[in-house]
Structures are given as C-alpha cells and as structure tokens.
Design a protein around this ligand. Structure first.
Ligand SMILES: [Zn+2]
Length: 347
C-alpha cells in the first residue's frame, strides 16, 4: 500500500483521545508485516518491535494515535447533545461543523448549532460563542429519541471530514495531527533494513491531553534514543510573520531544536542533521514552538533518554481539517530511515 492510502485510512478513522480503538486496530494491521512482533500495553499503546542483533541500541519511535475532539456531556430534554472538549480546540472553529457521534449502536451524524444569529443581540453577535453555548443537533425530537438513537453521556465526537487529494501532492483531511506521523512510522518500518538497532515503533494514546501514552510506553521500553514523529505549524499563509512560524510546506520535514517541553539532545540533533545532509534530504530547523510532543516525556524516562523530533509541516493544525504535502511526508520517511541506520555510530 502506498503511503497516501495508509494516511487516508488512518485519517478517516475515529481516534478521539482515550477512544483510539479504531486507529489502534489499523496500526496493528499496518505494522504487522514489517516487524517481528506487535504488542499492546496496558494503557493501549501499540508497540511494533523490529529486533536487532544482540546488544544493539534500542530506538523508540513515537507517533500519537489520538486526535482532538468532543465528548457528549449532557442530553437536553429537547434532544440536543451538549459537549465538552478534549484537547486544544479553538471555540471559533466549532460552529456549523458536521460531526459524527460514535455511539455503541453505530455512528450518528449531526451538526454543531447555536442560537440563530438573526435573534442574537448586537453584542452577542460580536463575541465568539464558547463551546458551552453550542450543541450537537442529531435530528432527535427529544431526549428519549436521542437515547434510542444510541446517544449517551461520554460518547466521543469527531469531525465529519473525509480525506482528499486536492493537488498532485497536496492532501487534506481530519486528524493529520498525528495520523501522518503514524503513516511515516509504518512506512519507515517497511523500508528499514538491517539489524543494527532494535526499533520500537509505538502508536501512543492520549498525547493531546498531556503526552500520557508515551510516558508509560517509554518506561516499559527504556530506550537508548527516542524520536517523535509529529506535525508542526506551517506558517506560510497570509498574516503570519516569518519570525512567528518560519516552517514552510514542501521544504522538507522539520528537525526540532527546542520546544516548550524538549531541548533536543545535541547528539540526536547532530544525528538527524547529518542523516539529512549525507542523503540530500531537504530539511528545516525549528525552535521556539509553544507546544510539545511525545519526545518531551520520553526524554524524562528513568535516568533520561536523548530525544529528538521529526515533524511534517502542516497547515491548520488543531482545526477540523488540515493540509500537507506528500513530498514532505516522503522526505520525513527518508529522514527517519536514514537516522535509524546511523544510530549505532552515534550511540
Ligand atoms: Zn501531534
């Protein structure tokens, strides 16, 4: 399967934080042919292991399987679902979105509604409606009918967006943060040859609420080196100054130097830059991002783990739909494979 097809299946699957089941089963299926063993740990992380020779370094790759979304909080007498947010969602992007409520009885389609603007007061119209003023309309006549349709408190809700290719190498879709990291990891495991490292390819859970899955997975694996595969903000859109977000689409994956939770270990930084330079893989260097990745937690495991991050430049992260270039994805795979192959020389 080519990487765009893998990404499409992963993007369309539901994986609201804490409810990663659908993505988890895809990850197991896609990793299986390329590793010696696939495990699931107690928290739900998927771990694909490619065994190296005896006493070779242990490398942990991490790509998070979860996505930002909503959870049903209450069902009103009139049959509307009120919700809470999971992960960093901007209230401004919620109104009028098509969503899917994942119930035990199957998916329920709905839209996010609000008090109609026509009857809002002047000052109401000027302010952003917060999530607790919004509701999901699944077309139910009342609370009983909504429940009969399958809705209940705690159901995860995802955005109803289908993956699409909109240009030769540009794709759009839901949850590309971080299904693209998952796709890069699967493809890297497919292409990786040799037994000079033992590689743990980990699809992590609950990244968006505090890097939780990576914390426990890294404790279990106790790696010598960690590399998170994630997305970064592509700032090449109107209204963004270079100094705010210098990373651009189609200029190669970004190698992170520092973010809010990690200062890339100098040896890992050298490894990644050398791997890119020697193999003529385009790359961008990035520093000062306010967020963080699974690498932040992996680096603090036990007595410490040297870590770095390879990110795919992506526009409109943490909105219902984002956009990226498949050329950058291919180069992220090349960089991941090249870096792993060089690890024994550096560690
Ligand atoms: Zn992410």
């Amino acid at each position: 399967m080519v990487i765009a097809e893998t990404l499409e299946k992963l993007s369309n699957a539901c994986g609201v934080t804490g409810r990663e089941e659908e993505v988890r089963s895809l990850m197991k299926k896609f990793l299986k042919p390329h590793v010696d063993e696939v495990k699931e740990d107690k928290l739900g992380n998927v771990i694909g292991i490619k065994e190296g020779k005896k006493n070779t370094p242990k490398v942990m790759l991490a790509a998070h399987m979860d996505e930002i979304g909503l959870l049903v909080k209450t069902i009103s007498k009139e049959g509307f679902l009120q919700f809470t947010k999971i992960g960093g969602i901007d209230d401004r992007i919620l109104l009028a979105q098509k969503v899917i409520v994942y119930t035990e009885k199957g998916p329920l389609h709905g839209i996010i509604g609000s008090k109609p603007p026509h009857i809002q007061k002047e000052e109401e119209r000027k302010k952003v409606l917060t999530y607790d003023e919004l509701f999901i309309d699944v077309g139910a006549e009342n609370q009983e009918q909504a429940k009969r349709m399958g809705a209940k408190i705690g159901d995860p809700v995802g955005f109803d967006i289908k993956f699409a290719r909109i240009g030769k190498d540009i794709v759009i879709g839901k949850a590309l943060d971080d299904r693209v990291g998952c796709a890069v990891m699967i493809e890297a495991m497919k292409q990786l040859k040799g037994k000079d490292c033992t590689v743990y390819a980990v699809g992590t859970v609950q990244e968006e609420v505090g890097l939780r899955g990576a914390t426990t997975a890294a404790f279990g694996i106790c790696p010598d080196v960690g590399i998170a595969l994630d997305v970064t903000v592509a700032g090449d859109v109107p209204g963004v100054r270079e100094v705010e977000a210098p990373i651009k689409l189609k200029k190669g994956p970004s190698i992170e130097i520092a973010d809010a939770g990690l200062i890339t270990h100098p040896k890992v930084l050298r490894l990644l830059v050398d791997a890119a330079e020697e193999n003529k893989i385009p790359y961008q260097l990035e520093t000062g991002l306010p967020g963080s990745t699974d690498a932040a937690r992996i680096s603090l495991t036990r007595e410490g783990v040297p870590c770095g991050v390879i990110s795919v430049p992506t526009r409109y992260i943490h909105s219902p739909i984002s956009l990226l270039s498949l050329e950058d994805v291919d180069n992220a795979v090349k960089l991941t494979v090249a870096a792993i192959q060089k690890i024994p020389k550096y560690f």
